[in-house]
Design a protein around this ligand. Structure first.
Ligand code: NAP
Length: 552
Protein backbone atom coordinates (compact mmCIF):
# COMPACT_ATOMS: atom_id res chain seq x y z
CA UNK A 1 0.00 0.00 0.00
CA UNK A 2 1.40 3.40 -0.99
CA UNK A 3 1.23 6.44 1.24
CA UNK A 4 0.20 10.03 0.53
CA UNK A 5 2.47 12.75 1.84
CA UNK A 6 1.42 16.43 1.89
CA UNK A 7 4.19 19.02 1.63
CA UNK A 8 3.86 21.84 4.14
CA UNK A 9 5.58 24.91 2.80
CA UNK A 10 4.54 27.90 4.93
CA UNK A 11 6.45 30.75 6.60
CA UNK A 12 5.88 30.17 10.34
CA UNK A 13 5.63 27.50 13.02
CA UNK A 14 2.02 28.38 13.79
CA UNK A 15 1.05 28.22 10.12
CA UNK A 16 2.85 24.88 9.77
CA UNK A 17 1.01 23.34 12.73
CA UNK A 18 -2.26 24.56 11.28
CA UNK A 19 -1.34 23.20 7.82
CA UNK A 20 -0.36 19.82 9.29
CA UNK A 21 -3.79 19.59 10.92
CA UNK A 22 -5.46 20.41 7.63
CA UNK A 23 -3.31 17.79 5.90
CA UNK A 24 -4.52 15.21 8.37
CA UNK A 25 -8.15 16.25 7.88
CA UNK A 26 -7.65 16.01 4.10
CA UNK A 27 -6.51 12.40 4.51
CA UNK A 28 -2.72 12.59 4.22
CA UNK A 29 -0.69 9.79 5.81
CA UNK A 30 2.28 12.01 6.55
CA UNK A 31 3.54 15.54 5.95
CA UNK A 32 6.76 16.89 4.54
CA UNK A 33 7.90 19.85 6.63
CA UNK A 34 9.79 22.23 4.37
CA UNK A 35 11.93 24.08 6.92
CA UNK A 36 13.65 26.01 4.12
CA UNK A 37 10.30 27.71 3.38
CA UNK A 38 10.09 29.10 6.93
CA UNK A 39 11.49 32.49 7.88
CA UNK A 40 12.06 31.06 11.36
CA UNK A 41 10.84 27.94 13.12
CA UNK A 42 10.64 26.23 16.47
CA UNK A 43 11.56 22.64 15.68
CA UNK A 44 10.56 21.32 19.08
CA UNK A 45 7.11 22.88 18.83
CA UNK A 46 6.66 21.71 15.22
CA UNK A 47 7.38 18.13 16.21
CA UNK A 48 5.50 18.24 19.47
CA UNK A 49 2.31 19.38 17.77
CA UNK A 50 2.58 17.24 14.65
CA UNK A 51 -0.66 15.33 14.13
CA UNK A 52 0.94 12.98 11.56
CA UNK A 53 4.32 11.36 10.98
CA UNK A 54 6.70 13.82 9.35
CA UNK A 55 9.44 14.02 6.76
CA UNK A 56 11.70 16.94 7.73
CA UNK A 57 13.55 18.61 4.88
CA UNK A 58 15.75 21.69 4.65
CA UNK A 59 17.26 22.05 1.23
CA UNK A 60 19.76 24.62 0.06
CA UNK A 61 18.86 26.94 -2.79
CA UNK A 62 21.07 24.97 -5.20
CA UNK A 63 19.14 21.82 -4.20
CA UNK A 64 15.79 23.42 -5.01
CA UNK A 65 15.30 24.82 -1.50
CA UNK A 66 14.07 28.29 -0.69
CA UNK A 67 16.98 29.65 1.32
CA UNK A 68 20.71 29.42 1.80
CA UNK A 69 21.98 27.39 4.70
CA UNK A 70 25.35 26.82 6.25
CA UNK A 71 25.90 23.12 5.60
CA UNK A 72 26.71 22.40 9.25
CA UNK A 73 23.60 24.28 10.35
CA UNK A 74 21.43 22.47 7.79
CA UNK A 75 22.61 18.97 8.62
CA UNK A 76 22.61 19.80 12.35
CA UNK A 77 18.94 20.75 12.02
CA UNK A 78 18.14 17.40 10.43
CA UNK A 79 20.00 15.55 13.20
CA UNK A 80 18.14 17.62 15.80
CA UNK A 81 14.86 16.64 14.12
CA UNK A 82 15.84 12.98 14.46
CA UNK A 83 16.75 13.52 18.13
CA UNK A 84 13.33 15.09 18.69
CA UNK A 85 11.63 12.01 17.27
CA UNK A 86 10.98 12.97 13.63
CA UNK A 87 9.94 9.82 11.78
CA UNK A 88 11.93 10.77 8.65
CA UNK A 89 14.44 13.31 7.45
CA UNK A 90 15.21 13.90 3.78
CA UNK A 91 18.82 14.56 2.80
CA UNK A 92 20.21 15.22 -0.66
CA UNK A 93 22.53 12.70 -2.29
CA UNK A 94 26.11 13.63 -1.42
CA UNK A 95 25.24 15.10 1.99
CA UNK A 96 24.32 11.85 3.66
CA UNK A 97 27.81 10.94 4.85
CA UNK A 98 27.98 14.18 6.88
CA UNK A 99 24.59 13.60 8.51
CA UNK A 100 24.79 12.36 12.09
CA UNK A 101 22.00 9.91 12.64
CA UNK A 102 20.09 9.92 15.91
CA UNK A 103 16.94 8.30 17.29
CA UNK A 104 14.97 5.77 15.32
CA UNK A 105 13.92 8.04 12.46
CA UNK A 106 14.56 6.93 8.90
CA UNK A 107 16.67 8.79 6.37
CA UNK A 108 15.36 9.44 2.87
CA UNK A 109 18.21 9.90 0.43
CA UNK A 110 17.01 12.12 -2.37
CA UNK A 111 18.12 13.31 -5.77
CA UNK A 112 16.30 16.08 -7.63
CA UNK A 113 16.88 16.88 -11.26
CA UNK A 114 15.01 20.11 -11.99
CA UNK A 115 16.23 20.41 -15.58
CA UNK A 116 15.74 16.98 -17.11
CA UNK A 117 16.47 13.30 -16.78
CA UNK A 118 19.71 11.82 -15.38
CA UNK A 119 21.72 10.14 -18.12
CA UNK A 120 21.87 6.83 -16.25
CA UNK A 121 18.78 6.55 -14.08
CA UNK A 122 19.21 2.84 -13.20
CA UNK A 123 22.88 3.46 -12.33
CA UNK A 124 21.90 6.43 -10.15
CA UNK A 125 19.25 4.37 -8.35
CA UNK A 126 21.73 1.53 -7.77
CA UNK A 127 24.31 3.95 -6.39
CA UNK A 128 21.75 5.54 -4.06
CA UNK A 129 20.41 2.20 -2.87
CA UNK A 130 23.96 1.17 -1.97
CA UNK A 131 24.57 4.10 0.37
CA UNK A 132 23.00 2.57 3.45
CA UNK A 133 20.06 4.95 3.89
CA UNK A 134 16.48 3.79 4.43
CA UNK A 135 14.55 5.19 1.47
CA UNK A 136 15.66 6.33 -1.99
CA UNK A 137 13.86 9.28 -3.59
CA UNK A 138 14.42 10.26 -7.20
CA UNK A 139 12.61 13.30 -8.63
CA UNK A 140 13.25 14.13 -12.27
CA UNK A 141 11.85 16.48 -14.89
CA UNK A 142 10.53 14.64 -17.94
CA UNK A 143 9.94 16.51 -21.20
CA UNK A 144 7.47 13.88 -22.42
CA UNK A 145 5.49 11.12 -20.68
CA UNK A 146 7.71 8.63 -22.53
CA UNK A 147 10.62 9.87 -20.37
CA UNK A 148 8.78 8.52 -17.31
CA UNK A 149 8.95 4.87 -18.36
CA UNK A 150 12.33 4.23 -16.68
CA UNK A 151 10.82 5.46 -13.39
CA UNK A 152 8.26 2.67 -13.48
CA UNK A 153 11.01 0.14 -14.17
CA UNK A 154 12.84 1.46 -11.08
CA UNK A 155 9.70 1.14 -8.96
CA UNK A 156 9.20 -2.46 -10.07
CA UNK A 157 12.79 -3.47 -9.38
CA UNK A 158 13.51 -1.41 -6.25
CA UNK A 159 15.26 -3.48 -3.55
CA UNK A 160 13.81 -1.23 -0.82
CA UNK A 161 11.39 1.67 -0.31
CA UNK A 162 11.53 4.03 -3.28
CA UNK A 163 9.93 7.37 -4.12
CA UNK A 164 9.92 8.15 -7.85
CA UNK A 165 8.43 11.35 -9.23
CA UNK A 166 8.29 12.99 -12.61
CA UNK A 167 8.00 16.69 -11.86
CA UNK A 168 6.05 19.07 -14.09
CA UNK A 169 3.05 18.47 -16.31
CA UNK A 170 4.69 15.71 -18.37
CA UNK A 171 5.31 13.72 -15.21
CA UNK A 172 1.89 14.27 -13.66
CA UNK A 173 0.80 10.65 -14.03
CA UNK A 174 3.85 9.39 -12.11
CA UNK A 175 2.23 10.69 -8.95
CA UNK A 176 -0.23 7.79 -9.23
CA UNK A 177 1.45 5.30 -11.52
CA UNK A 178 4.58 5.08 -9.36
CA UNK A 179 2.35 3.82 -6.54
CA UNK A 180 0.77 1.30 -8.92
CA UNK A 181 4.26 -0.01 -9.73
CA UNK A 182 5.38 -0.25 -6.13
CA UNK A 183 6.61 3.17 -4.94
CA UNK A 184 6.49 3.76 -1.21
CA UNK A 185 4.79 7.13 -1.25
CA UNK A 186 3.63 9.98 -3.42
CA UNK A 187 3.05 13.65 -2.73
CA UNK A 188 -0.25 15.54 -2.85
CA UNK A 189 -1.29 19.10 -2.02
CA UNK A 190 -3.44 19.72 1.04
CA UNK A 191 -6.06 21.45 -1.13
CA UNK A 192 -6.36 21.94 -4.92
CA UNK A 193 -5.57 25.63 -4.38
CA UNK A 194 -2.31 24.73 -2.64
CA UNK A 195 -1.11 22.53 -5.52
CA UNK A 196 1.86 24.66 -6.46
CA UNK A 197 3.72 22.15 -8.60
CA UNK A 198 2.34 21.44 -12.10
CA UNK A 199 0.76 18.02 -12.17
CA UNK A 200 0.35 17.88 -8.41
CA UNK A 201 -3.00 16.53 -7.24
CA UNK A 202 -4.84 17.28 -4.03
CA UNK A 203 -4.61 14.68 -1.26
CA UNK A 204 -8.38 14.18 -1.14
CA UNK A 205 -8.54 13.54 -4.89
CA UNK A 206 -5.61 11.13 -4.73
CA UNK A 207 -7.32 9.17 -2.01
CA UNK A 208 -10.96 9.31 -3.10
CA UNK A 209 -10.93 9.78 -6.89
CA UNK A 210 -7.78 7.81 -7.75
CA UNK A 211 -7.74 5.36 -4.80
CA UNK A 212 -4.02 6.06 -4.42
CA UNK A 213 -3.59 3.87 -1.35
CA UNK A 214 -5.22 0.86 -2.97
CA UNK A 215 -3.14 0.85 -6.15
CA UNK A 216 -1.02 -2.20 -6.71
CA UNK A 217 0.20 -4.70 -9.28
CA UNK A 218 -3.33 -5.95 -9.99
CA UNK A 219 -4.72 -2.48 -10.71
CA UNK A 220 -5.90 -2.25 -14.32
CA UNK A 221 -4.67 0.80 -16.18
CA UNK A 222 -6.48 3.20 -18.51
CA UNK A 223 -5.80 6.78 -19.53
CA UNK A 224 -6.50 9.74 -21.75
CA UNK A 225 -4.00 11.42 -24.05
CA UNK A 226 -4.27 14.94 -25.45
CA UNK A 227 -2.67 18.36 -25.37
CA UNK A 228 -3.81 20.34 -23.45
CA UNK A 229 -5.24 17.87 -20.96
CA UNK A 230 -4.90 19.40 -17.49
CA UNK A 231 -8.59 20.33 -17.21
CA UNK A 232 -9.98 17.10 -18.64
CA UNK A 233 -13.03 15.75 -16.81
CA UNK A 234 -12.30 12.23 -18.03
CA UNK A 235 -10.32 11.05 -14.98
CA UNK A 236 -13.14 12.17 -12.68
CA UNK A 237 -15.87 10.29 -14.55
CA UNK A 238 -13.90 7.15 -15.43
CA UNK A 239 -12.51 6.66 -11.93
CA UNK A 240 -15.94 7.31 -10.41
CA UNK A 241 -17.36 4.63 -12.71
CA UNK A 242 -14.68 2.08 -11.81
CA UNK A 243 -15.22 2.70 -8.12
CA UNK A 244 -18.94 2.15 -8.46
CA UNK A 245 -18.35 -0.98 -10.57
CA UNK A 246 -15.97 -2.37 -7.95
CA UNK A 247 -13.13 -2.51 -10.50
CA UNK A 248 -9.56 -2.24 -9.25
CA UNK A 249 -8.66 0.20 -12.02
CA UNK A 250 -6.92 3.54 -12.43
CA UNK A 251 -7.48 6.15 -15.16
CA UNK A 252 -4.93 8.92 -15.52
CA UNK A 253 -4.38 11.77 -17.96
CA UNK A 254 -1.27 12.34 -20.03
CA UNK A 255 -0.26 15.53 -21.73
CA UNK A 256 1.28 14.12 -24.90
CA UNK A 257 2.74 16.97 -26.96
CA UNK A 258 3.90 14.79 -29.84
CA UNK A 259 4.75 11.17 -30.77
CA UNK A 260 1.28 9.86 -29.80
CA UNK A 261 1.80 6.58 -31.68
CA UNK A 262 5.01 5.88 -29.80
CA UNK A 263 3.27 6.75 -26.55
CA UNK A 264 0.37 4.39 -27.22
CA UNK A 265 2.67 1.47 -28.03
CA UNK A 266 4.96 2.07 -25.07
CA UNK A 267 2.20 2.47 -22.51
CA UNK A 268 0.32 -0.50 -23.95
CA UNK A 269 3.50 -2.52 -23.41
CA UNK A 270 3.67 -1.13 -19.86
CA UNK A 271 0.27 -2.66 -19.13
CA UNK A 272 -2.33 -0.10 -20.15
CA UNK A 273 -5.51 -1.69 -21.48
CA UNK A 274 -7.18 1.29 -23.08
CA UNK A 275 -6.82 4.93 -23.95
CA UNK A 276 -9.22 7.76 -24.55
CA UNK A 277 -7.86 10.08 -27.20
CA UNK A 278 -8.63 13.74 -27.50
CA UNK A 279 -7.45 16.81 -29.42
CA UNK A 280 -5.05 16.88 -31.23
CA UNK A 281 -4.34 13.14 -31.48
CA UNK A 282 -7.57 11.58 -32.76
CA UNK A 283 -6.37 11.20 -36.34
CA UNK A 284 -2.89 10.07 -35.31
CA UNK A 285 -4.43 7.45 -33.02
CA UNK A 286 -6.39 6.07 -35.95
CA UNK A 287 -3.23 5.92 -38.02
CA UNK A 288 -1.31 4.27 -35.19
CA UNK A 289 -3.77 1.43 -34.68
CA UNK A 290 -3.36 -2.10 -35.95
CA UNK A 291 -7.05 -2.32 -36.66
CA UNK A 292 -9.81 0.22 -37.03
CA UNK A 293 -13.52 -0.29 -36.62
CA UNK A 294 -15.92 0.90 -39.27
CA UNK A 295 -17.20 3.84 -37.27
CA UNK A 296 -13.75 5.28 -36.60
CA UNK A 297 -12.73 4.62 -40.18
CA UNK A 298 -15.71 6.45 -41.57
CA UNK A 299 -15.25 9.43 -39.25
CA UNK A 300 -11.52 9.51 -39.87
CA UNK A 301 -10.66 9.82 -36.19
CA UNK A 302 -10.39 7.56 -33.15
CA UNK A 303 -11.35 8.68 -29.65
CA UNK A 304 -10.75 5.22 -28.19
CA UNK A 305 -7.90 2.74 -28.34
CA UNK A 306 -8.36 -0.73 -26.93
CA UNK A 307 -5.25 -2.76 -26.21
CA UNK A 308 -5.47 -6.43 -27.05
CA UNK A 309 -2.77 -8.44 -25.37
CA UNK A 310 -3.82 -11.96 -26.24
CA UNK A 311 -4.64 -13.08 -29.77
CA UNK A 312 -7.25 -15.31 -28.15
CA UNK A 313 -8.91 -12.25 -26.69
CA UNK A 314 -8.96 -10.67 -30.11
CA UNK A 315 -10.57 -13.75 -31.61
CA UNK A 316 -13.25 -13.70 -28.93
CA UNK A 317 -14.00 -10.07 -29.72
CA UNK A 318 -14.36 -10.87 -33.37
CA UNK A 319 -16.56 -13.87 -32.69
CA UNK A 320 -18.81 -11.75 -30.52
CA UNK A 321 -19.03 -9.26 -33.37
CA UNK A 322 -18.15 -6.44 -31.04
CA UNK A 323 -15.29 -5.15 -33.09
CA UNK A 324 -17.47 -4.57 -36.09
CA UNK A 325 -20.24 -3.13 -34.01
CA UNK A 326 -20.43 -0.69 -31.16
CA UNK A 327 -23.49 -1.10 -29.02
CA UNK A 328 -26.66 -0.11 -30.77
CA UNK A 329 -25.22 0.23 -34.27
CA UNK A 330 -26.05 -2.24 -36.93
CA UNK A 331 -22.88 -4.06 -37.94
CA UNK A 332 -21.57 -2.45 -41.08
CA UNK A 333 -19.37 -4.16 -43.59
CA UNK A 334 -17.78 -0.90 -44.63
CA UNK A 335 -19.36 2.50 -44.58
CA UNK A 336 -20.42 4.23 -47.75
CA UNK A 337 -21.66 7.77 -48.02
CA UNK A 338 -25.37 7.94 -48.66
CA UNK A 339 -26.33 7.63 -52.31
CA UNK A 340 -23.00 6.37 -53.63
CA UNK A 341 -21.22 3.09 -54.01
CA UNK A 342 -17.90 4.63 -53.15
CA UNK A 343 -16.01 4.27 -49.92
CA UNK A 344 -15.69 7.60 -48.14
CA UNK A 345 -13.00 10.00 -49.16
CA UNK A 346 -9.79 9.87 -47.18
CA UNK A 347 -10.38 11.07 -43.64
CA UNK A 348 -9.52 14.67 -42.79
CA UNK A 349 -5.78 15.04 -43.17
CA UNK A 350 -4.62 11.85 -41.50
CA UNK A 351 -0.97 11.94 -40.48
CA UNK A 352 -0.35 8.50 -41.94
CA UNK A 353 -2.26 6.00 -43.99
CA UNK A 354 -5.00 4.25 -42.05
CA UNK A 355 -5.55 0.53 -42.19
CA UNK A 356 -8.68 -0.98 -43.69
CA UNK A 357 -11.35 -1.92 -41.18
CA UNK A 358 -10.87 -5.40 -39.84
CA UNK A 359 -7.37 -5.81 -41.25
CA UNK A 360 -3.92 -5.64 -39.75
CA UNK A 361 -2.15 -2.40 -40.51
CA UNK A 362 0.57 -3.40 -42.96
CA UNK A 363 2.80 -0.42 -42.27
CA UNK A 364 5.16 -0.85 -39.35
CA UNK A 365 5.86 2.46 -37.67
CA UNK A 366 2.46 3.93 -38.53
CA UNK A 367 0.53 1.29 -36.66
CA UNK A 368 0.83 -2.37 -37.40
CA UNK A 369 2.94 -3.68 -34.53
CA UNK A 370 4.96 -6.73 -35.46
CA UNK A 371 5.05 -7.81 -31.85
CA UNK A 372 3.50 -6.67 -28.60
CA UNK A 373 -0.12 -5.86 -27.92
CA UNK A 374 -2.54 -4.94 -30.70
CA UNK A 375 -4.07 -1.47 -30.77
CA UNK A 376 -7.70 -1.35 -31.89
CA UNK A 377 -9.21 2.01 -32.81
CA UNK A 378 -12.84 2.92 -32.14
CA UNK A 379 -14.90 6.09 -32.11
CA UNK A 380 -17.63 6.36 -29.51
CA UNK A 381 -18.45 10.05 -30.13
CA UNK A 382 -20.90 9.42 -32.97
CA UNK A 383 -23.14 7.01 -31.17
CA UNK A 384 -22.98 9.02 -27.94
CA UNK A 385 -24.03 12.22 -29.73
CA UNK A 386 -26.83 10.64 -31.74
CA UNK A 387 -28.10 8.91 -28.59
CA UNK A 388 -28.58 12.33 -26.96
CA UNK A 389 -30.68 13.57 -29.83
CA UNK A 390 -32.65 10.36 -30.09
CA UNK A 391 -33.41 10.48 -26.36
CA UNK A 392 -34.67 14.05 -26.72
CA UNK A 393 -37.16 12.87 -29.34
CA UNK A 394 -38.16 9.80 -27.36
CA UNK A 395 -36.13 7.25 -29.32
CA UNK A 396 -34.27 6.66 -32.56
CA UNK A 397 -37.48 5.85 -34.43
CA UNK A 398 -38.85 9.27 -33.57
CA UNK A 399 -35.57 10.89 -34.60
CA UNK A 400 -35.84 9.42 -38.10
CA UNK A 401 -37.37 11.85 -40.57
CA UNK A 402 -36.52 14.95 -38.52
CA UNK A 403 -34.61 17.90 -39.96
CA UNK A 404 -31.38 18.41 -38.03
CA UNK A 405 -29.25 21.52 -38.38
CA UNK A 406 -25.62 20.77 -37.56
CA UNK A 407 -23.47 23.82 -36.79
CA UNK A 408 -19.79 23.14 -37.43
CA UNK A 409 -17.67 20.86 -39.59
CA UNK A 410 -14.75 20.03 -37.30
CA UNK A 411 -13.95 16.81 -35.43
CA UNK A 412 -17.11 16.54 -33.34
CA UNK A 413 -19.26 17.64 -36.27
CA UNK A 414 -17.74 14.85 -38.39
CA UNK A 415 -18.76 12.28 -35.78
CA UNK A 416 -22.26 13.74 -35.57
CA UNK A 417 -22.61 14.03 -39.35
CA UNK A 418 -21.59 10.44 -39.78
CA UNK A 419 -23.91 9.19 -37.04
CA UNK A 420 -26.87 11.34 -38.11
CA UNK A 421 -26.51 10.43 -41.76
CA UNK A 422 -27.22 6.84 -40.72
CA UNK A 423 -30.17 7.77 -38.54
CA UNK A 424 -32.67 8.61 -41.25
CA UNK A 425 -32.70 12.35 -40.61
CA UNK A 426 -32.60 15.18 -43.11
CA UNK A 427 -29.22 16.66 -42.23
CA UNK A 428 -28.31 20.27 -42.95
CA UNK A 429 -24.76 21.42 -42.21
CA UNK A 430 -23.76 25.05 -41.68
CA UNK A 431 -20.21 26.15 -41.05
CA UNK A 432 -18.12 29.30 -40.90
CA UNK A 433 -15.75 28.05 -43.58
CA UNK A 434 -18.12 27.17 -46.37
CA UNK A 435 -15.71 24.89 -48.23
CA UNK A 436 -15.18 22.69 -45.19
CA UNK A 437 -18.90 22.52 -44.50
CA UNK A 438 -19.68 21.70 -48.12
CA UNK A 439 -17.04 18.96 -48.19
CA UNK A 440 -18.48 17.30 -45.08
CA UNK A 441 -22.01 17.62 -46.42
CA UNK A 442 -20.98 15.99 -49.69
CA UNK A 443 -19.18 13.23 -47.84
CA UNK A 444 -22.19 12.19 -45.78
CA UNK A 445 -24.91 13.03 -48.29
CA UNK A 446 -26.20 16.07 -46.36
CA UNK A 447 -27.23 19.55 -47.49
CA UNK A 448 -25.10 22.62 -46.86
CA UNK A 449 -26.40 26.09 -45.94
CA UNK A 450 -24.31 29.21 -45.42
CA UNK A 451 -24.57 30.60 -41.87
CA UNK A 452 -26.33 33.71 -43.15
CA UNK A 453 -29.04 31.66 -44.87
CA UNK A 454 -30.39 29.81 -41.84
CA UNK A 455 -33.41 32.06 -41.44
CA UNK A 456 -35.76 30.02 -43.59
CA UNK A 457 -34.80 26.58 -42.30
CA UNK A 458 -37.59 24.81 -40.38
CA UNK A 459 -35.41 22.48 -38.34
CA UNK A 460 -36.57 20.10 -35.62
CA UNK A 461 -33.18 20.02 -33.91
CA UNK A 462 -30.13 22.27 -33.94
CA UNK A 463 -26.77 20.96 -32.75
CA UNK A 464 -23.81 23.12 -31.83
CA UNK A 465 -20.56 21.35 -32.75
CA UNK A 466 -18.42 24.50 -32.55
CA UNK A 467 -16.61 25.83 -29.48
CA UNK A 468 -18.80 28.96 -29.46
CA UNK A 469 -20.10 29.55 -25.93
CA UNK A 470 -17.36 27.54 -24.25
CA UNK A 471 -15.42 29.07 -21.36
CA UNK A 472 -13.99 31.65 -21.35
CA UNK A 473 -16.04 32.98 -24.29
CA UNK A 474 -19.36 32.35 -22.60
CA UNK A 475 -21.12 35.23 -24.36
CA UNK A 476 -20.67 33.66 -27.79
CA UNK A 477 -23.38 31.61 -29.46
CA UNK A 478 -23.47 29.82 -32.81
CA UNK A 479 -27.16 30.58 -33.44
CA UNK A 480 -28.68 34.06 -33.02
CA UNK A 481 -31.54 33.94 -30.52
CA UNK A 482 -34.18 34.91 -33.09
CA UNK A 483 -33.24 31.80 -35.13
CA UNK A 484 -33.92 29.44 -32.21
CA UNK A 485 -37.19 27.72 -33.12
CA UNK A 486 -39.76 27.30 -30.35
CA UNK A 487 -40.43 23.61 -29.79
CA UNK A 488 -37.20 22.45 -31.44
CA UNK A 489 -34.51 20.45 -29.67
CA UNK A 490 -31.32 22.47 -29.16
CA UNK A 491 -28.33 20.30 -28.32
CA UNK A 492 -25.08 22.00 -27.36
CA UNK A 493 -22.03 19.71 -27.37
CA UNK A 494 -20.21 22.35 -25.31
CA UNK A 495 -20.46 21.41 -21.63
CA UNK A 496 -18.30 23.96 -19.90
CA UNK A 497 -20.31 25.88 -18.84
CA UNK A 498 -23.22 23.49 -18.64
CA UNK A 499 -25.84 26.17 -19.34
CA UNK A 500 -24.38 27.88 -22.37
CA UNK A 501 -25.82 31.06 -23.82
CA UNK A 502 -27.33 28.95 -26.62
CA UNK A 503 -29.15 26.73 -24.12
CA UNK A 504 -30.32 29.66 -21.99
CA UNK A 505 -31.77 31.32 -25.08
CA UNK A 506 -33.29 28.01 -26.17
CA UNK A 507 -35.12 27.82 -22.86
CA UNK A 508 -36.29 31.39 -23.25
CA UNK A 509 -37.63 30.67 -26.73
CA UNK A 510 -39.50 27.53 -25.67
CA UNK A 511 -37.06 25.07 -27.25
CA UNK A 512 -35.87 21.93 -25.47
CA UNK A 513 -32.28 22.32 -24.28
CA UNK A 514 -29.89 19.32 -24.20
CA UNK A 515 -26.50 19.92 -22.62
CA UNK A 516 -23.18 18.39 -23.68
CA UNK A 517 -22.45 16.39 -20.54
CA UNK A 518 -24.77 13.57 -21.60
CA UNK A 519 -22.72 12.99 -24.76
CA UNK A 520 -19.47 13.25 -22.85
CA UNK A 521 -20.61 10.68 -20.29
CA UNK A 522 -22.04 8.35 -22.91
CA UNK A 523 -18.88 8.26 -25.03
CA UNK A 524 -16.92 7.44 -21.86
CA UNK A 525 -19.39 4.74 -20.78
CA UNK A 526 -18.97 3.10 -24.18
CA UNK A 527 -15.21 3.19 -23.80
CA UNK A 528 -15.51 1.38 -20.48
CA UNK A 529 -17.74 -1.19 -22.14
CA UNK A 530 -15.22 -1.73 -24.93
CA UNK A 531 -12.31 -2.11 -22.51
CA UNK A 532 -13.92 -4.13 -19.74
CA UNK A 533 -17.09 -5.60 -21.21
CA UNK A 534 -18.97 -4.07 -18.29
CA UNK A 535 -21.61 -1.39 -18.10
CA UNK A 536 -20.88 1.81 -16.24
CA UNK A 537 -23.52 3.87 -14.50
CA UNK A 538 -24.00 7.10 -16.49
CA UNK A 539 -25.89 8.96 -13.78
CA UNK A 540 -23.01 8.62 -11.35
CA UNK A 541 -20.53 9.65 -14.05
CA UNK A 542 -22.64 12.71 -14.79
CA UNK A 543 -22.65 13.64 -11.10
CA UNK A 544 -18.86 13.29 -10.99
CA UNK A 545 -18.53 15.55 -14.04
CA UNK A 546 -20.89 18.16 -12.64
CA UNK A 547 -19.07 18.16 -9.31
CA UNK A 548 -15.80 18.78 -11.15
CA UNK A 549 -17.41 21.63 -13.08
CA UNK A 550 -18.72 23.11 -9.84
CA UNK A 551 -22.27 22.63 -11.11
CA UNK A 552 -23.72 20.82 -8.11
P1 NAP B 1 -12.72 21.62 -34.22
O1 NAP B 1 -12.37 20.36 -34.93
O2 NAP B 1 -11.69 22.63 -33.98
O3 NAP B 1 -13.94 22.30 -35.04
C1 NAP B 1 -14.45 23.52 -34.65
C2 NAP B 1 -15.63 23.89 -35.52
O4 NAP B 1 -16.17 25.08 -34.99
C3 NAP B 1 -15.26 24.17 -36.96
O5 NAP B 1 -16.35 23.84 -37.77
C4 NAP B 1 -15.05 25.68 -36.95
O6 NAP B 1 -15.33 26.29 -38.17
C5 NAP B 1 -16.08 26.11 -35.96
N1 NAP B 1 -15.69 27.35 -35.30
C6 NAP B 1 -14.64 27.53 -34.48
N2 NAP B 1 -14.59 28.80 -34.06
C7 NAP B 1 -15.63 29.43 -34.65
C8 NAP B 1 -16.11 30.76 -34.60
N3 NAP B 1 -15.49 31.69 -33.87
N4 NAP B 1 -17.21 31.07 -35.32
C9 NAP B 1 -17.83 30.14 -36.07
N5 NAP B 1 -17.42 28.86 -36.17
C10 NAP B 1 -16.33 28.51 -35.45
O7 NAP B 1 -13.35 21.30 -32.79
P2 NAP B 1 -14.13 19.97 -32.34
O8 NAP B 1 -13.15 18.95 -31.89
O9 NAP B 1 -15.09 19.61 -33.36
O10 NAP B 1 -14.86 20.49 -31.02
C11 NAP B 1 -15.93 21.42 -31.10
C12 NAP B 1 -16.57 21.55 -29.73
O11 NAP B 1 -17.23 20.35 -29.38
C13 NAP B 1 -15.56 21.74 -28.60
O12 NAP B 1 -15.27 23.08 -28.44
C14 NAP B 1 -16.26 21.15 -27.39
O13 NAP B 1 -16.91 22.15 -26.62
C15 NAP B 1 -17.29 20.24 -27.98
N6 NAP B 1 -17.02 18.84 -27.61
C16 NAP B 1 -17.95 18.19 -26.88
C17 NAP B 1 -17.75 16.88 -26.53
C18 NAP B 1 -18.77 16.16 -25.71
O14 NAP B 1 -18.57 14.98 -25.41
N7 NAP B 1 -19.85 16.82 -25.35
C19 NAP B 1 -16.59 16.20 -26.92
C20 NAP B 1 -15.66 16.91 -27.66
C21 NAP B 1 -15.88 18.22 -28.01
P3 NAP B 1 -14.25 26.44 -39.34
O15 NAP B 1 -14.34 25.18 -40.15
O16 NAP B 1 -14.68 27.66 -40.06
O17 NAP B 1 -12.91 26.61 -38.67
Amino acid sequence: MGLICAPVSVPSTAAAVEAMRRAKAAGADLVELRLDAMAGFDLRELLEYRPLPVVVTCRRRDQGGLRDWEEADRLGTLTRALELGAEHVDVELGSESALRRAGSGRVILSHHDFAGMPADLPGLARDMAGRGMDVVKIAVTPAHPLDCLPLYALCRAAPGPLIAIGMGEFGAATRLLALRFGAWLSYGAITPEEANAPGQLAVADMAAVYRARELGPATRLFGVIGDPIAHSLSPAIHNAAYRQMGLDALYVSFRVPDRPAEFLRAYAALGFEGFSVTIPHKEAALAAADEVDDVAQAIGAANTIAVIREPEEERRRRDSGRFAKLSGWEPVAGWRPAGTDERPAAPASPKASTPEPGTRNPEPGTGGSQSGPLLLAHNTDAEAAVAQLAAAFGGSEQLAGKTVLLLGAGGVARALAWGLSRSGVRLVIANRTAGRGQALAAEVGAEFLPLDALGGLAYDAAVNATPLGMKPNVDATPLPEHLVRPGAVVFDTVYNPLRTRLLREANRRGARAVDGIGMFVEQAAQQIRIWTGQRAWPRLMREAALARLGET
